[in-house]
Design a protein around this ligand. Structure first.
Ligand SMILES: Cc1cc2nc3c(=O)[nH]c(=O)nc-3n(C[C@H](O)[C@H](O)[C@H](O)COP(=O)(O)OP(=O)(O)OC[C@H]3O[C@@H](n4cnc5c(N)ncnc54)[C@H](O)[C@@H]3O)c2cc1C
Length: 644
């Protein structure tokens, strides 16, 4: 049976890859054409027709191989062109960290990188999306870099749900931080930052079992991410989270353990049903993608290895507090996802809030259409809690240290140059999930903007002046650019008195509209990644500027305000460009490009398109290869169902 299964898999796999079963492939040069003709002979009557079809097949095959070869060469060139980390391994050992002589500070020693002449010390906290994109972009000779992170690897988080069921292996979504840091010839410290002294420019780091030390910096980048929310219901200790590689491993073991326990003939039926009830709390992208991967695992693999009676007992339940799942995406995608999941016999419960969770049960309250609330209980064998994020401990500590300048309880507030508010000289930056960019409220600058928009002496802005104004203002405040540019189109709507010009009160309405449209950037890898790239370019530019212009360097050293001004002038503000959001939905995928542009499809092409996007975003050639091998292995042999 297994042999048959493997053969079916292999044939399916090769067919899906667009190739023929490999038994015939070795002979394609000499014999392939003859084989093609032979087959045509068997099926057709006319010799001429047979020859044509044979030649057609030969041509198609040549074309396919040519396309595959060109694709492979293109992919290789693409990888090298994207500065794969392998391209920077010069075989030299990394920089060494040294201890400063003396007593240290507050009883802890001070650690420093060996300083190169004229370079500042750049310390980066974290090895996630933001930090890694910075490290991959910053000029190699601009700073003496030290990276501090409790994890000595980067996780490609969008594929974590795939790891929970073994579609891809743990190591295929990880890249060692030291390999990434090597590009900058910097140092790495595997420890957690626990405090920052912004006056002395020191970060306190702690490694369990080793102790604490200060790390000295000239500039600090905080990219410590966020942690899974620990609030919203009681009994969260009974739930899994999906944020770390340890979480993914725990989930994988739990799923298999439940199946094995349920398969025991001694396990009573109600207990089997409970063990095979998987509940996902939260209908956001992570919860939905996990549910989709779980469905694939059941539908493609476990059904071959567990009795039908057990399969019939499996239940996947998504509990979502909002009216729809994936509610942050286009409404068409939410509908599609719900339809898709229901088609796969998953239970989607919306307008429901989980209240409490025990080791074998989960209680939730459901808002009914008539406004009343109904209480329900589910016997469960597994719960994933995926409902939101909370501030990382280090970000909270830094926020508390900076006092009134940091009033947001969820993230560090940064200005448009990603500088943490409250640090006088602007030497501390934050990016990714731990930071939130403070938008410039245009209404606060209304007088200045109005004056800059019209001719001196006039009391209103003409249509022609307005066109120039929106372009200038969009360049100055890039975060508001798309909303400002849209105002030009709506000029007539705001020109209430139809004077073909905008007076002060009409202008105020316009700016209030733009301000109301600005929302915090989402906690997404692409936000963190764009911020990392932006910061790397900005920091490189500053290093080059100070190296070439001693007068600026001296002015900046003279006062924190002067330094902030010089650097804000030299580096343009950060502007985020949304490239769309992807979601995998179990043999289906959806992409939301914003502005009402949504793509969704439930076929294998969608699945492979989704995979190819993530494949192209890998940080290294090594993970690209590992991923490709995992997907091929999955296609041919299925997922690994062993538990260890
Ligand atoms: C399962 C899952 C799926 C996701 N899918 C997508 C997706 O498909 N698309 C998308 O755009 N986004 C996705 N995201 C969100 C995305 O992963 C985050 O937005 C992104 O990781 C944020 O990057 P970051 O650099 O801010 O933080 P992270 O990538 O979380 O990195 C934080 C780093 O800081 C380190 N750190 C923590 N504390 C300390 C400390 N005290 N000192 C030093 N270092 C510390 C951590 O070890 C880690 O290396 C997903 C997230 C998850 C969990």
């Amino acid at each position: 049976m297994l042999a048959n299964y493997a053969r079916t898999r292999a044939t399916l796999g090769v067919a899906l890859l667009g190739a023929r079963p490999w038994v015939g492939m070795g002979r394609e040069r000499g014999m392939g054409r003859e084989r093609g003709m032979g087959m045509a002979t068997m099926r057709t009557a006319g010799g001429h027709q047979q020859g044509q079809r044979g030649r057609g097949r030969g041509f198609a095959r040549t074309l396919a191989y040519w396309a595959a070869g060109t694709g492979a060469a293109g992919a290789a060139l693409y990888c090298v062109g994207r500065d794969e980390i392998e391209a920077f391994d010069d075989g030299e050992p990394p920089a060494e960290l040294t201890l400063e002589e003396g007593e240290g500070y507050m009883g802890y020693p001070i650690v420093k990188t060996a300083r190169h002449a004229g370079r500042e010390r750049l310390v980066v906290l974290g090895s996630g999306w933001g930090a890694v994109s910075l490290l991959k972009t910053i000029a190699r000779d601009a700073y003496d870099v030290t990276v501090v992170s409790p994890d000595n690897y980067f996780i490609f988080t969008p594929l974590l749900p795939s790891v929970t069921v073994g579609t891809v292996e743990f190591r295929s979504v990880l890249e060692a931080t030291r390999r990434i840091v090597k590009r900058t010839r910097g140092a790495f410290i595997e420890a957690a930052a626990v405090d920052v002294d912004v006056e002395r420019k020191l970060v306190l780091v702690e490694k369990a079992g080793v102790g604490r030390a200060w790390v000295a910096y000239d500039r600090l980048v905080v990219g410590v991410g966020a942690q899974s929310s620990a609030q919203g219901a009681t009994g969260l200790e009974h739930c899994h989270r999906l944020k770390t590689i340890g979480d993914a491993r725990g989930i994988r073991q739990h799923i298999m353990a439940n199946f094995e326990r349920a398969a025991m003939p001694t396990t009573p039926d109600p207990e089997k049903r409970r063990l095979l009830t998987f509940v996902v709390c939260g209908g956001g992208p992570t919860g939905c993608e996990f549910a989709a991967e779980l469905y694939d695992f059941l539908a493609e693999d476990l059904r071959h290895f567990f009795p039908q009676r057990l399969q019939d007992m499996v239940r996947v339940v998504i509990v979502q507090s909002q009216e729809h799942i994936l509610n942050m995406m286009d409404a068409a995608i939410s509908d599609f996802a719900e339809h898709q999941f229901r088609r796969h016999n998953m239970t989607v419960i919306t307008n429901a809030r989980v209240q409490s969770i025990g080791d074998t049960w989960l209680r939730y309250s459901e808002r009914m259409p008539d406004g009343t609330t109904a209480e329900h209980e589910i016997a469960q064998g597994f719960v994933l809690w995926s409902t939101g994020l909370a501030q990382a401990p280090l970000a909270r500590v830094l926020s508390d240290r900076l006092g009134a300048a940091q009033s947001n309880r969820h993230a560090l507030t940064v200005d448009a140059h990603l500088r943490v508010k409250g640090v006088a000289d602007g030497s501390v930056y934050a990016l990714g999930d731990c930071a939130t960019v403070e938008y410039p409220h245009l209404l606060n600058h209304i007088a200045e903007l109005f004056d800059s928009a019209h001719h001196a002496g006039a009391s209103a802005i003409t249509r022609a002046e307005f066109a120039v104004f929106v372009r200038d203002a969009a360049a100055k405040y890039p975060a508001t650019a798309s909303h400002l540019l849209a105002l030009e189109r709506d000029f007539d709507a705001y020109d209430v008195d139809a004077s073909d010009s905008i007076d002060m009160s009409e202008f105020e309405h316009m700016l209030a509209h733009v301000d109301s449209k600005l929302t915090a950037l989402p906690a997404l890898a692409q936000v963190a990644s764009q911020e990392g790239t932006y910061l790397a370019r900005g920091l490189t530019l500053l290093a080059r500027m100070y190296a070439a212009d001693d007068a600026s360097r001296q002015r900046a050293a003279a006062s924190p305000d002067a330094r902030r001004g010089i650097e804000a002038h030299a580096v343009a503000p950060f502007a985020y460009h949304h490239h769309g959001t992807l979601a995998y939905l179990g043999r289906a995928a959806a992409a939301d490009f914003g502005g009402g542009h949504a793509y969704r499809a439930s076929n294998l092409a969608a699945k492979y398109m989704w995979r190819s996007v993530y494949w192209s975003q890998q940080v290294s050639l090594r993970t690209r290869l590992l991923l490709a091998m995992d997907w091929l292995k999955d296609l041919i042999f299925g997922r690994d169902i062993s538990r260890f």
